[in-house]
Structures are given as C-alpha cells and as structure tokens.
Design a protein around this ligand. Structure first.
Ligand code: IPD
Ligand code: CA
Ligand code: CA
Length: 265
C-alpha cells in the first residue's frame, strides 16, 4: 500500500473512533445549524481535528481542504476531507455514515479512503493501482442494462431549486430499475458502486469533499464517473453520475432531457 494511503487510513480510523465514541450520546451533542437542514456538531469538528493532526504530522507542507474548517494552505498536494459524511443520519442514530479523505496532486485525484466505522469497512483506492475493501479487490457490477439494476441517489434537501428536475430524473430511472436507495452518505454510495453493491448512483449539489475519494474508488474499480451531462467537471459542479461503463451511459441518456440550464452549466 502506498505510504500516503497508510496515513490516510490512520487518519480515517482516528476520526472513526471519535464518531463511534460520541454515537451513544447523540442527545447531549452541541448542534449548530449552518444553513437550512445543514447541521454541524462538536463530533464533526473533533473528527476533523483528529484527521488534520494525523495528516499534518506526516505531511506538514500539504494543503488541506476541510468541510468544517475550510482551506489550510500548503504545497501542490491537497487533502480533501469530510470528517463525517452523513451527519443527518448520525444525528438520528441511523447507522449509515462515513469518513471521506482524498488526496489530489496538482488537481489530479491520487488517493482516496472512505471508512465506515460501524461495519469496519475501509475502502481505499490509488490512481492506477485499483480499489480495495479492506484487503479485497473491488470491481463495479457487471450489469449492463437498467432493467434489474439497484441505484443509489441523494434527494436534494438543502437547495431545492432543482427539485423538479431531480424528480423528473427519478421518475424516469425508477421505471426500469429494480430499486432506488437513498442511504444518506454520498461517500459510501460511491464506495458501494465500487463494490458492486449498487449498480449506479447519481446526485446533484454535492461538495468536493462528499465525492473526491468516492469518485476515485469507482474509477479504480473499473467504473465511470462523470458530471450530470456526461462530462468530466464533476468535482467542480458537484452534479454526478457513477456506474459501470454501459449502465453509466444509459443513465446519462435518461437524465439528459431533465437538465436545466443551471445543471448543464
Ligand atoms: C451529505 C451526505 C448526503 C448527501 C448530501 C451531503 P454531510 O453530507 O453525503 O448523502 O445527499 O448532499 O451534503 O452534510 O452529511 O457531510
Ligand atoms: Ca458530506
Ligand atoms: Ca460532513
């Protein structure tokens, strides 16, 4: 395993143990509202600090972009961190959340780690070296058509300006798919596509820290990740489609008629 992945795994475990430690006293957590339906707790912050500490000990010159504390400037290496992906689930005791850590070099994704501390599942990927779940190599599913496919998605709950467009996509994808799931941690949704547990995934309005590590997992597991129009600007737009080659192409085709000017941009 690449030394940088080892450090990222160590950081993810440190954050994961904080998430587990606080999880039996959710009711006494200090919760603040960032925006409508957007919460941050002392757990998000404590987990983020634990990650930063591990990364800065190993690589003091690297830049770090974090969901809660923003950008810590540095050299051409930049870590992209979501210390708790699935805060709403976490606050409700709904057992689906993760830690997401990616490393970019000069803007190119090099390494990604998504960690589910409840199931002790560590998903890792390095560019050109494949993706793993713990020690097992991952491949996206072999399903070629939407018929029978299990899809993951995220339903917009903060910015609802694109809700009608989203519901149009959902309606058309539901027609053929075997089922659509909304698990609530985008990073894990990507990891599940990489593992073949979901055949495809789409969501609009994500942030870079929700998807950077997960997107690399899917690609390194042999899948395709694009923005919502089928292009490669998903890190910037946060509007994303992921799946195996054929299924991804089918999803792009079904989603396309529902794109608004805002989503096409
Ligand atoms: C959220 C989760 C969710 C997705 C949201 C994200 P957070 O991240 O990934 O699945 O639908 O768009 O913001 O706020 O829990 O870190
Ligand atoms: Ca997130
Ligand atoms: Ca988060």
């Amino acid at each position: 395993m690449h030394p940088m992945i080892n450090i990222a795994v160590r950081a993810a475990r440190a954050a994961g143990s904080i998430l587990l430690r606080y999880s039996d006293r959710i009711d006494s957590l200090n919760i603040t509202t960032k925006h409508r339906n957007d919460f941050v707790t002392e757990v998000d912050r404590a987990a983020e600090q634990a990650i930063i500490q591990v990364l800065q000990n190993a690589y003091p010159d690297h830049a770090i972009l974090c969901e809660e504390s923003g950008l810590h400037k540095g050299n051409d290496f930049q870590w992209v961190i979501d210390p708790l992906d699935g805060t709403t689930n976490y606050l409700h005791g709904f057992p689906q959340f993760s830690v997401s850590i990616a490393l970019k070099h000069k803007g190119v994704l090099e390494h990604g780690v998504v960690y589910d501390p409840l199931r002790e599942e560590m998903f890792t990927a390095s560019r050109g070296a494949g993706a793993l779940l713990n020690d097992r190599r991952l491949r996206v599913s072999v399903r070629k058509r939407l018929e029978g496919a299990l899809l993951g998605t995220g339903i917009p709950y903060r910015d609802q300006s694109q809700l009608d467009a989203y519901l149009g996509m959902l309606r058309d994808l539901i027609k053929d798919a075997a089922g659509v799931r909304r698990p609530g941690s985008a990073a894990l949704d990507f990891a599940y596509v990489a593992a073949g547990r979901l055949d495809g995934f789409w969501e609009i309005g994500l942030s870079e820290w929700d998807l950077a590590a997960g997107a690399l997992l899917v690609k390194e597991a042999g899948g395709v990740v694009s923005d919502i129009s089928g292009g490669d600007r998903y890190l910037e737009t946060g509007n994303v489609i992921a799946g195996s080659l054929k299924l991804h192409a089918e999803m792009v085709k079904i989603i396309r008629p529902h794109l608004t000017d805002h989503l096409r941009a």
